[in-house]
Design a protein around this ligand. Sequence first.
Ligand SMILES: Cc1cc2nc3c(=O)[nH]c(=O)nc-3n(C[C@H](O)[C@H](O)[C@H](O)COP(=O)(O)OP(=O)(O)OC[C@H]3O[C@@H](n4cnc5c(N)ncnc54)[C@H](O)[C@@H]3O)c2cc1C
Length: 460
Amino acid sequence: MTLRFSPTLARRTRLLGDGDIGDGPVLYWMSREQRSEDHWPLLAAAEAAASLKRPLVCAFCFSRSFCGAQKRHYTFLVQGLKDTESKMKKQNVKMLFLFGDPGQAIASLAESLQAALLVLDFDPLPEKRAWKAALLRRIRTPLYETDGHNIIPAWITSPKKEYSAATFRKKVQPLLPSFLEEFPPFPSLPLWERHTIEHRHTLEEAVSNVQPGNAGPTIEWIAPGASKARETLRNFLSEKLSGYDTRRNDPTLSGVSGLSPWLHFGQLSPQRVALEAMKEPPSPGRDAFLEELLVRRELADNFCLYEPKAGTYDGLPEWGRKTLALHKNDSRPSLYSLTSLERGETADLLWNAAQREMVARGKMHGWLRMYWAKKILEWTETPEEAFERALLLNDRYELDGRDPNGIAGVSWAIGGLHDRPWANRQVFGMIRYMNDRGAARKFKVNRYIEEAESLIATRR
Ligand SMILES: Cc1cc2nc3c(=O)[nH]c(=O)nc-3n(C[C@H](O)[C@H](O)[C@H](O)COP(=O)(O)OP(=O)(O)OC[C@H]3O[C@@H](n4cnc5c(N)ncnc54)[C@H](O)[C@@H]3O)c2cc1C
């Protein structure tokens, strides 16, 4: 039996596996979208619960490790989930915290609850796709997937891997007016009162089983949670949006939104960000911001959804791998070990400052991220190893790491993903090159280095 969603939710939801509706509550497996409001998958699960007159249970499952996530990442995640849990309570949604292999743990929970059906949030990250496949093999109730991260569900914007932002943009533009809509109200639901299942742990108990690495100091300058995310969004829109186009590439001007950690952990809805930005007067700054938020961000999901080898060197475009192979034996200006890179001990002071800022604060400015990854290509023996190093350092230290944006960003910088061939040169072949002269044209490099060193010292 299949369930009928309202048109708004039906077009954001797809059936992954059919089955018989169980006698228990509706189960929502929350993973990427860790908030209580502006949340399409939660709304889909709530709508199903309301129409079946069942309670709604929401489960979050911790696995032993996740893509190199460190203590700093779990701290941000857990604080955000505490906030979400207390808000969910007010909506009569019971949150359960599990630990284990997620595909297996969620399937067992669904069985022990006799779940009516299961809804999960869309995430094209390779690890998440593997969890989902494992769940699909085990589950016997209907399983639905709703996209809460893309304004237009990734499978609707395009049925294939897009070549570039230009080809993707053409598909986004006609669909956007209809998908960029307000969220419907949350339905009223009966409370779930059966407290006898064995999978129930507190958030603290579940997370205590995780074994994260301890790289980098604890991060205190940025507060997790939806309230701080909303406040940062409001300040960005009122103070910086109109100048975003001219200021975003200068790391000394703080002209960017800084929203990516909250967006990554699903504590802030990209659709809410876009809706609020659209209320501001039209400007080149607003257009440039929406291009990054809508086109570039959703293009990264498109890549991870349709490229089975995304996140590996073999996932890079063929022309990129070919040109890099032709230059594999070119002599490199310098070669650094992973440890020297990680410690920011190269001869390039700008690069060192950016790397050390990322280690200390979990955040590197967007322009510097491009420069940073391209230098790793220049300073590493093979492009394959450069790709691995860049992704590893990005995911180990960036608060917003372990994200399709990170995979696409590193694949762009090192392998020419979504880019075109440029003039042929040593080491890079036809991959776009960036150097310190380009940086000096964009901003005052010494000023950035001084400011970064002071932020690193005070960890503010
Ligand atoms: C080598 C490299 C690695 C990267 N790793 C990550 C990562 O791990 N996680 C991550 O979220 N982003 C990553 N990016 C993309 C981008 O640099 C960051 O999203 C941006 O710097 C985040 O800061 P912000 O929120 O202030 O961005 P803003 O400039 O304010 O942009 C607003 C939002 O738009 C999206 N966005 C902006 N630029 C891009 C882009 N180039 N590609 C996709 N989406 C974009 C982000 O969601 C961002 O939060 C990477 C880029 C490169 C070149």
